[in-house]
Design a protein around this ligand. Structure first.
Ligand SMILES: Cc1cc2nc3c(=O)[nH]c(=O)nc-3n(C[C@H](O)[C@H](O)[C@H](O)COP(=O)(O)OP(=O)(O)OC[C@H]3O[C@@H](n4cnc5c(N)ncnc54)[C@H](O)[C@@H]3O)c2cc1C
Length: 228
């Protein structure tokens, strides 16, 4: 665990926030990985405790380390209420990054990125990393949200991706949207990265598998704790 300082939060949309931390020593990660945040124990907390996993939304070259999360003041866990009432300079702990939701080293492999809501977070890290390194690779983004909110970091995505498709109704993002946007050839050759609430990711991966995409090309990042 690395001690870290809470710096600030920035509202990106009515219920979507970026939260910034400064770790005491750098935390190594590859874009797409996640960390665990451990908050000081509040006076009272619900049964789900004072620790949560979050994808890192910042890129490795950036300081501070950022996450993106939802917060509804009237309907949140004790963890989120504690996180959102931290004063600048408050101390917490961050566990080492882990996870395999990372792009392949071979940049010639085409990729398709699918995210629901806050599942956009690991892709922000990837896009900002690609932009910083001037990386060229085939990548198409499909983002769906049930909220009235713009795509966070849309300019970064537009700068590095081949296309960006935004759907504002969850039910309307389907594998057929991907097919019509990228064409059958790319559909067959791509690696698929799907992130968001667990039920969304499971459902979308199953639909892609039904279309004949082999499971080893379907990579999920399952955000437990959110409804689909
Ligand atoms: C690999 C991985 C990566 C992740 N990355 C991210 C990320 O980048 N960003 C992110 O936001 N999350 C991420 N998550 C999910 C994260 O760990 C939390 O589970 C999620 O943010 C929900 O937080 P919360 O449990 O504090 O609930 P809240 O966000 O406060 O609430 C979520 C839902 O739970 C309900 N709820 C609140 N309190 C209770 C309660 N006491 N009992 C029952 N229901 C309640 C709320 O009504 C709401 O519908 C990730 C999870 C994993 C496993």
């Amino acid at each position: 665990m690395t001690p870290a300082t809470f710096l600030s939060k920035q509202q990106l949309a009515p219920t979507l926030f970026r939260v910034d931390f400064l770790p005491e020593k750098p935390i190594d990660f590859i874009p797409g990985q996640f960390i665990e945040l451990v908050l000081p124990r509040p006076d009272s907390h619900d049964e789900r405790g004072n620790r949560r996993w979050f994808s890192v939304a910042s890129a490795p070259h950036e300081k501070p380390l950022s996450i993106i999360t939802r917060f509804h003041p009237s309907d949140s866990s004790s963890f989120k209420n504690s996180l959102f009432s931290l004063d600048s300079g408050s101390e917490l702990l961050i566990a080492d990054a882990m996870g395999d939701f990372v792009l392949p080293k071979d940049s010639s492999l085409p990729t398709i990125w699918v995210a629901a809501g806050v599942g956009i977070s690991p892709f922000i890290s990837k896009a900002r990393f690609m932009k910083h390194n001037n990386t060229k690779r085939s990548a198409h983004l499909f983002w769906t949200t049930s909220q009235d909110e713009p795509l966070p970091y849309g300019a970064d995505f537009a700068a590095v991706l081949d296309s960006v498709f935004v759907s504002d109704k969850k039910s309307s993002l389907t594998p057929e949207d991907i097919m019509s946007q990228v064409g059958a050839d790319l559909l067959d050759r791509s690696l698929y990265y799907v992130a968001g609430p667990e039920k969304f990711v499971e459902g979308f991966i199953d639909k892609l598998a039904t279309l004949g995409i082999p499971r080893h090309r379907l990579i999920g990042d399952f955000f437990h704790g959110y409804e689909a």
